[in-house]
Design a protein around this ligand. Structure first.
Ligand code: NDP
Ligand code: GDR
Length: 363
């Protein structure tokens, strides 16, 4: 991997730059863009451990001619680094997916979260402006349903915002700076207000993946119990692959705009737990209330789920349910994977991965 590396001429003549390419969405988006003929540049952070597992299959030996995915070391907190990468790659499209993306972690690292999630997109927009790329480079910002906080459901592009975490507050700044640079300088910049989307590539500390991994590990006898926080929050969960395609669709429009992507169906965390255990033939029965609540195997009485208050957040977002009518009408976007299919795929892939590696799940 080198910034000096020569890329292939893009088959469709287009070059994209993805921040957060090593994350869940970055992996799906890179795959989609490569399949469409783009040359894709990705920014990855230097890490003391391996962090390119999700894109390994896309990342060719850098010594081969004409690679389609080229990685650059970088960080959203480093403006000169971002400017240099944008200058070198002169992308037609920038997808800003990089972020400290964990809501609960943002309460512990609020300043870092603001630096990467709020100022990071500002730095990229400034790079477009300073380098004279306003007429060339389109910009996608990974905005989020967390902006809505506890605004009544269903939420859409006209709903108010009321962030309930340092993460959401930082993303709200990013949302508005994108809107401002669009209006002030004419940058083709769009916010994708995406509701939760999951997949077998989801980070292991987000609740869906934590559950699917635990179900596989409990079945394999290498984990006793799953510890969770608030079981009654409701989320509108879709599949990350469908949402990555929606990001690309937004940047293909003549005019930039903001769009909600969502399934229009919300479920409680406890429903995800029940469906995930049902995939291994276990039916969960709930006992007790609040912190004392447990989820038992209804056949054996064995406690499989316990509440651990450490996973409660100082402020919670209770009910997110998206209305994606605008994206359906304007982009022709729709989700393909249902909630049941999503749960089944995640549990199936974690069972498969465990069978392969015997890896221990520790949530
Ligand atoms: P992930 O947490 O899986 O990936 C985040 C990516 O950002 C990783 O590649 C990570 O690198 C990178 N990153 C973190 N901090 C920095 C930094 N300072 N500089 C550069 N890169 C950084 O997130 P998702 O793929 O799930 O989400 C993608 C984006 O969409 C995020 O911005 C998230 O906030 C937003 N979002 C996600 C939703 C979802 O449901 N998934 C819904 C709505 C919005 P590393 O691999 O080194 O950690
Ligand atoms: P969220 O996702 O906060 O919606 O942000 P997460 O999966 O972390 O939480 C969803 C809900 O589950 C509850 N919960 C738990 N959450 C975690 N992580 N771990 C637990 O043990 C647990 N128990 C219960 C949470 O309280 C919450 O209500 C995700 C991220 O991808 C953001 O980057 C993105 O912007 C939003 O989705 C849309």
């Amino acid at each position: 991997m080198s910034n000096e590396q020569k890329s292939a001429p893009a088959k469709n003549g287009k070059v994209a730059l993805i921040t957060g390419v090593t994350g869940q969405d970055g992996a799906y988006l890179a795959e989609i863009l490569i399949s469409k003929g783009y040359v894709v540049h990705g920014i990855k952070r230097r890490s003391s451990s391996f962090n390119t597992g999700r894109i390994e299959h896309l990342y060719e030996d850098p010594h081969v001619a004409d690679p389609r995915l080229i990685l650059h070391h970088g960080d959203l907190t480093d403006a000169t680094n971002l400017i240099r990468i944008v200058q070198e790659t002169r992308p037609d499209e920038i997808y800003n997916l990089g972020a400290q993306s964990h809501v609960q972690v943002s309460f512990e690292t609020p300043e870092y979260t603001a630096n990467s999630d709020a100022l990071g997109p500002l730095r990229l927009l400034e790079a477009i402006r300073l380098l004279g790329l306003v007429g060339k480079t389109r910009f996608y910002q990974a905005s989020t349903s967390e902006l809505y906080g506890n605004i009544p459901a269903p939420q859409n592009e006209t709903s108010g915002f009321a962030p309930r975490s340092p993460y959401a507050a930082a993303k709200l700044y990013a949302y508005w700076i994108v809107a401002n640079y669009r209006e002030a300088y004419g940058i083709h910049a769009s916010n994708g207000i995406l509701f939760n989307h999951e997949s077998p590539l989801r980070g292991e500390t987000f609740v869906t993946r934590k559950i699917s991994r635990a179900v596989a590990a409990i079945e394999a006898g290498i984990q006793d119990r799953l510890y969770l926080g608030n079981l009654d929050a409701r989320r509108d969960w879709g599949h990350a692959r469908d949402y990555a395609l929606g990001m690309w669709m937004m940047l293909q429009q003549d005019k930039p705009d903001d769009y909600v992507l969502a399934t229009g169906e919300a479920h409680k965390i406890r429903t995800f737990v029940e469906k995930a255990f049902a995939e291994i033939g276990t039916s969960i029965e709930w006992r007790g209330e609040g912190v004392g609540e447990t989820g038992m195997d209804s056949a054996t009485g064995r406690v499989l789920v316990e509440i651990d208050p450490r996973y409660f957040r100082p402020t919670e977002v209770d009910y997110l349910l998206g209305d994606a009518s605008k994206a359906r009408q304007a982009l022709g976007w729709h989700h393909n994977t249902t909630f049941d299919q999503l749960v089944a795929e995640m549990v199936r892939e974690d069972r498969r991965a465990l069978a392969k590696t015997g890896e221990r799940s520790n949530g």
